[in-house]
Design a protein around this ligand. Structure first.
Ligand code: SF4
Length: 462
């Protein structure tokens, strides 16, 4: 008996540890955080390294080249740690989650006997049950890559952990577009939008934890069409308006968008919702109509130009970011020139560009006219040079301006904080750490391709 007459429950000698390695997009980051929430009631604490973990989860991404091979190579290393732990009398459970798990689940079970559990992005809300089944299976492994009928989000626990100044919030998942190069419709399934009320409740809770900026996530986020309280359908523009009404939520962003789903309501939100930041990631992929048609993107280069025009007339300072694929099957020099022309005309503040690489099972993987590697490399270098110049020019145009910066964390240099401008640029400035979470005016004095630096205005520093 303690002095208070209370006998504490027996504690395990050592808390269980889970190590989650996250690959790929922000949605995987969000999913990994939800897995951590699901595992907390089972006594799992997050671990910084896999070495001594009781559970290792690889939350995989299928977008990059040779994604599956990279997972198998990582599994080889984790298997060695598992054997080492077993020699010391311990046990490590290995799970593979995410899009590679969804696409290659059976192959993983076959080639990597060290794996106890494989589950896809639509099954992770069942993680506690899957772990229990894997334990009972006696090492034969559990595979769950179904698309369950129940809405995953209804089964996720509320996070108890304080996420910081900014947070991701998944509002939409899956995709019905079937671009000919992309695996997402096969790995994440059909489009699903969370109900408005559920999103508002999660955003309210995040703000309660001190979050000032929320980034809404979806594979095709502007295809959002969630149900409102009366069952009525809301598009992304309407959802943004409702989120903007939450006191304390200072900034909202969303990603990733499809140009065809930019509707009038969304354009209007860019005009009239001040919390919606003037930065938009709007992938175009190519500037050639022939290539866009082969990609099944459902718009032409002229359509994309028109959409950008509408957005910019609603929000003249809108900074654009985009994705580009060079060397798509059948892409000629002339097609590629179309991409350079479009980039030159539109002007991007940031961009992500890649050489086309085949994703097994997608229509483009077996298309005729695969472009030789050296040609792809040459085109990529030319495109990146242009995009780099634009990004630098965009950042240099900020010199001398005062930008409102949301400070998120301490920088690498003593006394320095790092935050984000409305245009998503990293901004460094000297400020007291107690200012983290505040939006402060910063005079920009230095600019490089990747970041800005400056100092707080006199009033802000006082
Ligand atoms: S819209 Fe995006 S997620 Fe959907 S198929 Fe195309 S590239 Fe993939």
């Amino acid at each position: 008996m303690t002095a208070m007459g209370f006998i504490p429950p027996a504690m395990p000698d050592r808390a269980k540890r889970v190590f989650i390695r996250t690959y790929g997009c922000q949605m995987n980051v969000y999913d990994s955080e939800r897995m951590t929430d699901l595992l907390a009631p089972l006594g799992f604490l997050p671990s910084e390294a896999p070495d001594d973990a009781d559970l290792v989860i690889l939350n995989t991404c299928h977008i990059r080249e040779k994604a599956a091979e990279k997972v198998f190579s990582e599994l080889g290393k984790i298997a060695r740690l598992k054997r080492k732990k077993a020699r010391r009398g311990g046990h490590m459970m290995i799970a593979v989650a995410g899009c590679v798990a969804q696409a290659e689940g059976e192959e993983i079970m076959r080639r990597a006997p060290c794996v106890d559990l494989v589950f896809g992005p639509q099954s992770y809300h069942r993680l506690p049950e899957l772990i229990a089944r894997a334990r009972r299976s006696g090492g034969s492994g559990i595979l769950d890559t179904s698309f369950p009928a129940e809405a995953k989000f209804d089964y996720l626990p509320q996070s108890e952990a304080a996420p910081g100044v900014t947070a991701f919030l998944t509002v939409q998942e899956g995709c019905d577009k079937f671009c000919s190069f992309c695996v997402v419709p096969y790995t994440r399934g059909a489009e699903y939008s969370r109900p408005v009320g559920q999103i508002l409740a999660e955003a309210r809770r995040l703000v309660g934890f001190g979050v000032r900026e929320v980034t809404l996530l979806g594979q095709n986020v502007n295809a959002y069409h969630g149900a409102g309280p009366g069952g009525e359908e809301h598009g992304l523009g309407s959802l943004l308006r409702r989120l903007a009404e939450l006191p304390g939520l200072a900034r909202i962003r969303y990603t990733t968008s499809h140009p065809c789903d930019v509707d009038d309501e969304l354009v209007e939100a860019h005009r009239s919702v001040p919390q919606l930041m003037p930065y938009l990631h709007l992938p175009v992929q190519s500037g050639s109509d022939r290539v866009l048609a082969a990609m099944n993107r459902r718009y032409t280069a002229a359509d994309y130009r028109r959409i950008v025009e509408r957005l910019r007339s609603a929000r003249p300072d809108l900074a654009l970011s985009s994705d580009f694929i060079v060397g798509f099957p059948g892409e000629s020099d002339q097609d590629f020139q179309g991409t350079l022309d479009l980039v030159g005309e539109i002007g991007f503040a940031q961009a992500f560009s890649f050489k086309y690489s085949a994703r097994p099972g997608t229509p483009a993987a077996s298309a005729a006219g695969q472009v030789p590697e050296p040609v792809k490399s040459e085109r990529l270098a030319a495109l990146q040079q242009l995009l780099e110049r634009q990004q630098r020019a965009f950042n240099e145009a900020c010199l001398g301006r005062v930008l409102p910066v949301l400070f998120e964390k301490s920088g690498r240099h003593a006394g320095q904080l790092v935050g984000r401008s409305p245009y998503l640029q990293s901004v460094h400035a000297v400020a007291d750490p107690c200012r983290i979470g505040e939006i402060l005016p910063v005079i920009i004095t230095r600019a490089s391709s990747n970041s800005l630096a400056g100092s707080l205005t006199e009033e802000a520093a006082a």
